[in-house]
Write a new protein. Structure first.
Length: 588
C-alpha cells in the first residue's frame, strides 16, 4: 500500500541542475572558496549563539564568563562550528541580563576583563572561529554616563535621550505626553525628578531610549562599533532594531482593540513607535561603515544581522530597500519560532519556508533561526522526538543556519524552576501565580557539559539559574561517547554542508502530495515525518531516475543506518523521523 496523503511528510530536495565534470567542479569550488574566504564567508555559515552567562564558568562564581567560552572552543572545533555570536558582555546593571547597557565600551566584570576578551578573540581566530557581538542600540542603562549627563543637561548631551515635559490636566495633575506603552506594561514615559521631564523608555525604567535623531548619538554609536571592530570582532547582531525610532510629533497610537487592559503593550497598535522607515536608513549607514572598514582592513567581510520581530515586508527591507540600497547581510528569520509549531503539518512548513524565499530580494542569503534566549527551546516547542529532524531541516535548508547553545544536544527547557530561584525580571514582575510560563530562565539554564556537579558548567555551590536535573543523562560528554547521539547527528549535518550541492544546488520544498522530479547526480533529499504516526511513503516521484536513496544522516532512534540503501518506493518513517539521503543513480 502506497500512501500519498498530503500534510504528513515534508520532503526537501536539492538538485544541482548544472552538469559539471569533476575537474571543472573542483576548479569552480576553489575559485569560489577564495572569494568566499573574504567576502561571502557568512552565506552558508552556521552561527552558534552563546549566552555567556550560561555557557561555562571559569572562576566558580556560578556565572558563565569569557574565559569559560575560550576554554570550550574545542567544542566548536569538534562540532564543526566556525562562527559564534555572543549575547551582550558589556557593562550593565543586569536588570535585563546585559540587554541594559551602562557602558558600551566596557566589559561586565563578572564576565571578565579586556585581557580575557583579547584572549578569546586570539584563541578563536587561531581555531578558525569568528566572533560576532550583540549590539543593543535601542537604549542604554539609566546608569550610563550619557544618561547621567543628559539628565543634568550637560552641554552636548541634552538631547541624547528623548525628553518631554508631559501635559498638565485641568486639576493640576501631570501626565505623560502621550499614550505610548512600555513593552513590559504601563506608560513608556518615566518622570525624572532631577531634570523635571519625562524620558522615553520602551522597555524598563532603567533602559532609557537613545535619541537617534541626534547626530551626536549616531556618531557615538558608530564609534562604539569601530571600537569593537578594532578588537577583532567579525560583526554585530543588532538587537531589537525595530524600536530605534519613534514618531517626532509624539502622536497617540490608535487602540488595537485586542485587549481591554489599558496598561498592556498590546492595547495599542504601534504605528508610531515601531518599524518606522528610518530604521532602514540607519542600517544602510552602518552597512557603508562596515563595508569601508572591511575594505580598509585585513580579515573577513564584517557583517550585521538584525533581530526584529516584524512582518515579512518590513524584515525584507532590512536586506535592501525598494531602491536596492543594501542594509544588513541578513535579518533573522524567526519563522521556526513564530510561524510554525508542533501542530504545523508539512504544508505549513513548505508554505512558511517558501514565503521567506519568495519575499527575499534577489541575490541575498536566506537564514533560519531555530532557537534563542527569548523563546522555549526546540525540544520543548516541537517535542523531544523532533530534535534530529529539526536539525536536519535547519542544516539542509539553503543559506545560513542559526543554533542556540545546547540545541546540538537537544537540551530542553527546565520549566520547573521555583519562583524563589527565578531571576528573569518580567517573570518576577508577574508574581508567583503567573511566572512559570512568562519566565525565560527555563531556556537559559547552564550548558550541560558532563555528569559532574552543575553539569560541568561551574564549581559553585549555586549557579545563577539552576542546572536542568536531566544533565546526568543529557550532556555533551555522554553524547560524544555514545555510538549515536544528537550531537553526532549535528556534527554529520555540519560536515554535509560542505557539499557543493547543498551550497549552490537548486532548491525544492514539497509537502508530499505533488510530483517533483529531481535531476542531477548530486541531489540530496531530506525527508521528515512531521506527524506522530507511522506510514509508508513512496518518493519515487522525487527519485525517478535513480534506483536507490543512500542514507547520509539518520536520527538517534532510527531503525536505519548511515550508508544503508533504500528503495524510493518503500520508505517507512517513524513518528517525527527525519532522513537525509543522496540519490544514487543506476548502477554504472
Ligand atoms: C588560549 O590559547 C593559549 C595558547 O594555546 C592557551 O595557552 C590558553 O590556555 C588558551 N586560553 C584558554 C582560556 O583556554
Ligand atoms: C486629576 O484628573 C485625572 C484624570 O481625570 C485623575 O486620574 C486624577 O486622579 C486627578 N487628580 C486629582 C489630584 O484629582
Ligand atoms: C527610492 O527612490 C525614489 C526615487 O529617487 C525616491 O523617491 C524614494 O524615496 C526612494 N525610496 C527609499 C526607500 O529610499
Ligand atoms: C504542542 O505544544 C503545546 C504547547 O506547547 C503542548 O501543550 C502540546 O502538548 C504539544 N503537543 C505535542 C504533540 O507535543
Ligand atoms: C559520567 O560520565 C562518564 C563519562 O561519560 C561515564 O563514564 C560515567 O559512567 C558517568 N557516570 C554516571 C553516574 O552516569
Ligand atoms: C510518520 O509517523 C506517523 C506516526 O507514527 C505515521 O502514522 C506515519 O505513517 C509516518 N509517516 C511515514 C511516512 O512513515
Ligand atoms: C532595540 C533593542 O535594544 N531591543 C531591546 C531593547 O531592550 C530590551 C530590554 O533590554 C531588550 O529585551 C530588547 O531586545
Amino acid at each position: 500500500m502506497v500512501s500519498k496523503r498530503s500534510g504528513l511528510v515534508l520532503a526537501i530536495g536539492f538538485n544541482l541542475f548544472i552538469a559539471l565534470s569533476e575537474a571543472s567542479l573542483l576548479a569552480r569550488q576553489r575559485s569560489q572558496q577564495e572569494l568566499d574566504s573574504k567576502y561571502n564567508w557568512w552565506q552558508h555559515e552556521v552561527f552558534y549563539q552563546i549566552y555567556p552567562r550560561s555557557f561555562m564558568d571559569s572562576n566558580g562564581d556560578g556565572i558563565g564568563d569569557l574565559k569559560g567560552v575560550t576554554s570550550k572552543l574545542q567544542h566548536f572545533v569538534e562540532t564543526g562550528i566556525t562562527a559564534v555570536w555572543l549575547s551582550p558582555i558589556f557593562q550593565s546593571p543586569m536588570k535585563d541580563f546585559g540587554y541594559d547597557i551602562s557602558d558600551y565600551s566596557k566589559i561586565q566584570p563578572e564576565y571578565g576583563t579586556f585581557e580575557d576578551f583579547d584572549e578569546l578573540i586570539a584563541n578563536a581566530t587561531a581555531a578558525g572561529i569568528k566572533v560576532i557581538l550583540d549590539f543593543v542600540p535601542n537604549h542604554s542603562s539609566d546608569e550610563h554616563e550619557w544618561f547621567i549627563k543628559s539628565a543634568a543637561r550637560e552641554s552636548g548631551y541634552e538631547d541624547f535621550y528623548v525628553w518631554e515635559d508631559g501635559k498638565v490636566l485641568e486639576n493640576g495633575t501631570r501626565v505623560p505626553p502621550n499614550n505610548w506603552r512600555s513593552v513590559f506594561t504601563g506608560s513608556a514615559w518615566e518622570w525624572h525628578e532631577g531634570r523635571q521631564q519625562y524620558y522615553l523608555r520602551q522597555f524598563t525604567a532603567g533602559q532609557p531610549d537613545l535619541n537617534y535623531r541626534n547626530p551626536a548619538v549616531l556618531q557615538a554609536m558608530d564609534e562604539v562599533m569601530i571600537y569593537w571592530l578594532n578588537k577583532g570582532v567579525a560583526g554585530f547582531r543588532i538587537d531589537a532594531i525595530n524600536y530605534v525610532y519613534e514618531n517626532t510629533q509624539l502622536l497617540d497610537e490608535p487602540l488595537s482593540e485586542t485587549t481591554d487592559d489599558p496598561n498592556s503593550y498590546d492595547y495599542l497598535d504601534h504605528i508610531y513607535t515601531k518599524n518606522l522607515p528610518e530604521v532602514n536608513e540607519l542600517l544602510q549607514h552602518w552597512r557603508v561603515m562596515l563595508d569601508d572598514y572591511s575594505k580598509n582592513n585585513d580579515g573577513p567581510q564584517r557583517i550585521m544581522m538584525t533581530e526584529g520581530y516584524a512582518d515579512v515586508n518590513t524584515v525584507m527591507n532590512y536586506y535592501e530597500d525598494e531602491n536596492g540600497t543594501q542594509g544588513v547581510q541578513f535579518p533573522f528569520n524567526f519563522d521556526f519560532i513564530s510561524s510554525l509549531n508542533n501542530n504545523s503539518d508539512a504544508r505549513d512548513f513548505v508554505y512558511i519556508i517558501e514565503r521567506w524565499l519568495i519575499y527575499m530580494p534577489h541575490g541575498h542569503a536566506p537564514n533560519w533561526v531555530m532557537g534563542n534566549h527569548d523563546n522555549p527551546r526546540v525540544a520543548s516547542r516541537y517535542g523531544v522526538q523532533t530534535v534530529d529532524s529539526m536539525n536536519m531541516l535547519l542544516m539542509t535548508l539553503p543559506g545560513i543556519a542559526i543554533t542556540y547553545y545546547g540545541e546540538e544536544l537537544g537540551m530542553v527547557d527546565y520549566r520547573d524552576i521555583s519562583f524563589a530561584d527565578t531571576v528573569d525580571q518580567p517573570a518576577c514582575d508577574v508574581g508567583i501565580a503567573n511566572y512559570k510560563w512568562m519566565s525565560r530562565d527555563p531556556e537559559r539554564t547552564p550548558m550541560q557539559w558532563n555528569n559532574d556537579t552543575n553539569a560541568g558548567f561551574s564549581t559553585a555551590s549555586k549557579t545563577w539559574v539552576p542546572v536542568n536535573p536531566n544533565y546526568l543523562q543529557l550532556n555533551a560528554e555522554a553524547q560524544k561517547q555514545a555510538p549515536r547521539s544528537h550531537l553526532k547527528v549535528y556534527q554529520q549535518l555540519i560536515k554535509l554542508r560542505q557539499l557543493e550541492v547543498l551550497q549552490n544546488g537548486a532548491f525544492i520544498a514539497q509537502a508530499y502530495n505533488r510530483e517533483v522530479e529531481l535531476k542531477g547526480k548530486r541531489s540530496i533529499l531530506t525527508i521528515i515525518n512531521v506527524s506522530n504516526s507511522q506510514q509508508q511513503i513512496d518518493v519515487s516521484d522525487f527519485a525517478e531516475s535513480s534506483k536507490h536513496l543512500v542514507l547520509l544522516v539518520v536520527g538517534v532512534d532510527s531503525q536505519y543506518k548511515v550508508g544503508q540503501r533504500l528503495k524510493p518506493s518503500e520508505i517507512v518513517l517513524a513518528p517525527y523521523e527525519g532522513l537525509v539521503t543522496r540519490l544514487s543513480l543506476r548502477e554504472k
